[in-house]
Design a protein around this ligand. Sequence first.
Ligand SMILES: NC(=O)C1=CN([C@@H]2O[C@H](COP(=O)(O)OP(=O)(O)OC[C@H]3O[C@@H](n4cnc5c(N)ncnc54)[C@H](OP(=O)(O)O)[C@@H]3O)[C@@H](O)[C@H]2O)C=CC1
Ligand SMILES: CC(=O)N[C@@H](CCC(=O)OP(=O)(O)O)C(=O)O
Length: 361
Amino acid sequence: MSSVALGSVFVDVGCLRKQNEVGRLKVSRRNGSVLRVRASVASSQQSLKLAKPEAQKSEKTVRIGVLGASGYTGAEIIRLLANHPQFGITLMTADRKAGQSIGSVFPHLVTQDLPDMIAVKDADFSDVDAVFCCLPHGTTQEIIKCLPRGLKIVDLSADFRLRDIDEYEEWYGLPHKAPELQKEAIYGLTEVLRDEIRNARLIANPGCYPTSIQLPLIPLIKAHLIELTNIIIDAKSGVSGAGRGAKEANLYTEISEGIHSYGITKHRHVPEIEQGLSDASHSKVTVSFTPHLMPMSRGMQSTIYVQMAPGVTIEDLYQQLKTTYEIDNLVKGASGQAVQNLNLMMGFPENMGLQYQSLFP
Ligand SMILES: NC(=O)C1=CN([C@@H]2O[C@H](COP(=O)(O)OP(=O)(O)OC[C@H]3O[C@@H](n4cnc5c(N)ncnc54)[C@H](OP(=O)(O)O)[C@@H]3O)[C@@H](O)[C@H]2O)C=CC1
Ligand SMILES: CC(=O)N[C@@H](CCC(=O)OP(=O)(O)O)C(=O)O
């Protein structure tokens, strides 16, 4: 039996991308037994130059609320929507930063003509068609439960990702406060559940690690090209993955010039990854997953070690991933995937507003 390593590289709230990879998941071969899958959302000042928010505003047909606009994923959605022809932001909320303008919190967004951020309790949803919910898990369930039923919701938190409520309570250490909504939620791994996402009201946007791991593995599992045992994932994240809130472990002095693993054997993304892989294989799949924090602002790399099924070659794996992904012009990341999902839910082309020129270096 042969083993192979899959390198899954993408960025959680945006990423660097080479010119010839625009809008694509790209598969390439390196060093004989290593396949690399790249999926990206470009981040750049360049994209701000492309945006003409005021000119586009009146033409935009979908009114968007961003809950948690003062956080990293909220800010990234605001940046992406500046260039979206149909999604116009009419409401933005914050907690500690309620009452402030987005430009005062994120200077790179100062050119946008947007409402000031308000507390969720003061929000009026009569002028909103869809929300991106960029709030901490736990808080999210209670807030989403109180939103008008007519809203489409893409939730970036982990609150509705696990189908099994008991599993949620076990891994998140919190009782689930909206189990009835959990039944309705669709997991937003776009490439895998596109049809379900189109008809959904509530999307549970996947975690960053689970996205980088499931995208390369699911097509290989579905095609029976790899064994379902001994899947080992060595993943690395930039610090923006931990959100903008102050935490001692994320101080510059703690994370610069070093790397450390965390959540070994008990990271909360394990059940999410196993749920997705088990669905793909119709049997219980377990993984060994170790995340690491890297001294970089944004970005993610997951190196995945798998055993190939008898008779399978690395070329088979390469062809499978190539066929699966080269036809999809997509961008990836927490906020990019959220916009991708709402595009589908609203009946727009999946990549609308997501085709940015990339930035290098
Ligand atoms: N960062 C990432 O790469 C990814 C994050 N996620 C998930 O997306 C969600 C948002 O993450 P991220 O943007 O990083 O988080 P941040 O910590 O950067 O931002 C959190 C946002 O929620 C607001 N907020 C915090 N507590 C409350 C509350 N009790 N009531 C109302 N609003 C509140 C904050 O307001 P204020 O700042 O004003 O206090 C802020 O706007 C989280 O669930 C996270 O797990 C998912 C994928 C990737
Ligand atoms: C670096 C870092 O701390 N990362 C976060 C994952 C962030 C993410 O994308 O996951 P959620 O959407 O589930 O929060 C963590 O390990 O918990």
